[in-house]
Design a protein around this ligand. Structure first.
Ligand SMILES: C[S@@+](CC[C@H](N)C(=O)[O-])C[C@H]1O[C@@H](n2cnc3c(N)ncnc32)[C@H](O)[C@@H]1O
Length: 307
């Protein structure tokens, strides 16, 4: 059996959020509770969210309130201006990846599911019913898969004879569609599996809504820390913080400040992102692509959704 999830960039997230007695820290992605435990051990009050009901077993014995919900719902659940810190550590946990029955892995045979939560359509539903152009769009946008159209066409041909039900069956079909492995370092189905996972869980829309929810939930002086694992996620976090901190993308640093537009709701805690050090990557290969961005909430009112 594989070990439990090892937290990524934990020391950096602790430094960014400064959990302490008297503070309320919201952990939007509880997982195995690695972050939440560290926040609680530092004396903070911790409220955590995870959309996966199976995360609850890791909350046993922890002084943490765990809510089974999406992190985009945190403002509705907790109210506005209540939190001193919000952490988001995106993506799937090692437990989700390692359990064949969850259907996330192209290396372990299981039902083609990929849902983090307990509801909504599965990856099999998507692969067996989406139009060919829609599948190609998903593989291209969410997997950055160059052979997206060729793969989509092959899957649509194959499902007409026999629908997809198992992960390895899909992985083999993708491998055949791209003409085998050809010495590639990563499995040819890696990008298709990533793309399906993002689509099934609506991960990018969730992230955008989650950042807006964090803007509501944080009090002035409260801090936001977000750990991403691929460029699609990081791009969204970077764009949100660039905009909300009043740095319009592409604007010259010598240009006068924006005369119009809402007041910035965040100040960056540091420029750019923090990455794991070599020691962390050597100990935990999953940390390799991780990036932390962090910011402090100002007193300005939250931005309303664009009309
Ligand atoms: C990388 S793990 C978090 C690990 C955790 N920081 C730790 O140290 O153990 C990500 C977790 O977030 C959950 N998750 C992902 N997207 C979510 C969302 N939109 N709302 C709530 N939970 C989500 C997943 O189910 C998974 O358990």
């Amino acid at each position: 059996m594989d070990g439990p999830h090892v937290s990524v960039l934990l020391a950096e997230v602790m430094e960014a959020l400064e959990p302490a007695p008297g503070k309320l820290i919201v952990d939007g992605t509880f997982g195995a509770g690695g972050y939440a435990r560290a926040f609680a051990n530092a004396g903070a009050k911790v409220t955590a969210f995870d959309r996966d009901p199976s995360a609850a077993r890791f909350a046993e014995g922890l002084d943490v309130r765990l809510i089974e919900a999406r992190f985009s719902q945190m403002a509705e659940v907790l109210g506005e201006g209540v939190a001193d810190g919000v952490a988001l550590d995106l993506g799937v946990s090692s437990m989700q990846l390692d359990e064949a029955e969850r259907g996330f892995s192209f290396m372990r045979d299981g039902p083609l599911d990929m849902r983090m939560g307990a509801d909504g359509p599965t990856a099999a539903d998507l692969v067996n019913t989406a139009e060919q152009a829609e599948l190609a769009r998903i593989f291209w946008l969410y997997g950055e898969e160059k052979k997206s159209r060729r793969i989509a066409a092959a899957l649509v041909r194959r499902r007409a004879e026999q629908p997809f039900e198992r992960t390895l069956d899909l992985a083999e079909a993708v491998e055949r569609a791209v003409g085998g492995r050809k010495g590639a370092k990563v499995h040819p189905a890696t990008r298709v599996f990533q793309a399906l996972r993002i689509a099934v869980n609506e991960e990018l829309a969730e992230l955008e809504a989650g950042l807006e929810a964090a803007e509501k939930v944080l009090k002035a002086g409260g801090r936001l820390a977000v750990v991403t694992f691929h460029s699609l996620e990081d791009r969204i976090v970077k764009a949100f913080l660039t905009e909300r901190s009043g740095r319009m993308p592409g604007a010259s640093r010598h240009a006068p400040p924006q005369a119009q537009g809402p007041e910035p709701t965040f100040v960056l805690l540091f420029n750019g992102h923090r990455s794991p050090g070599e020691a962390e990557i050597a100990a935990n290969p999953r940390a390799r692509s991780a990036k932390l961005r962090a910011a402090v909430r100002t007193e300005a009112p939250e931005w309303r959704a664009a009309a």
